[in-house]
Design a protein around this ligand. Structure first.
Ligand code: 5GP
Length: 119
């Protein structure tokens, strides 16, 4: 599957759709999920055109990979998730329930998140 630059997160990266920026650097952007599933629900996305965590791990440069995961850690800490913990989720493909085809990590916290997989 080819990367579609008309996906919602590509539009957010280009500034065509607004978001509340919680963090931004050369490698990553973080903003609240529009439909939160926890008191804190943040999406962290890489700036490059990657479909999924799998695509990112295979194609991104070492600098992009390091920069992105450092941003994830900073976003978690800056949003109060370090002390009590959080869940990081990267839904991937159809069986993973991925809706937006641009790699993103969900950070969920602010309360116990519950069982790892429901249903
Ligand atoms: P996925 O199912 O692909 O892992 O998650 C995509 C997430 O993106 C969903 O939790 C959804 O609420 C969120 N989302 C979709 N469109 C927008 C948007 O325009 N703005 C923001 N902030 N979040 C969005």
């Amino acid at each position: 599957m080819a990367y579609d630059d008309q996906n919602i997160f590509a539009k957010i990266l280009r500034g065509e759709i607004p978001c509340t920026k919680l963090y931004e650097d050369e490698y990553a952007l973080a903003f609240p999920d529009i439909n939160p599933h926890a008191p804190v629900h943040i999406l962290v996305i890489p700036k490059g055109p990657y479909l999924s965590i799998e695509d990112f791990g295979l194609r991104a440069s070492p600098e992009e990979i390091t920069g992105f995961y450092r941003a994830v850690s900073k976003v978690a800490a800056e949003n109060g998730l370090s002390t009590d913990g959080f869940r990081a989720i990267a839904n991937t493909g159809a069986n993973g329930g991925q809706e937006v085809p641009h790699f993103h990590v969900h950070l969920l916290g602010g309360k116990p998140i519950g069982p790892m997989v429901s249903g």
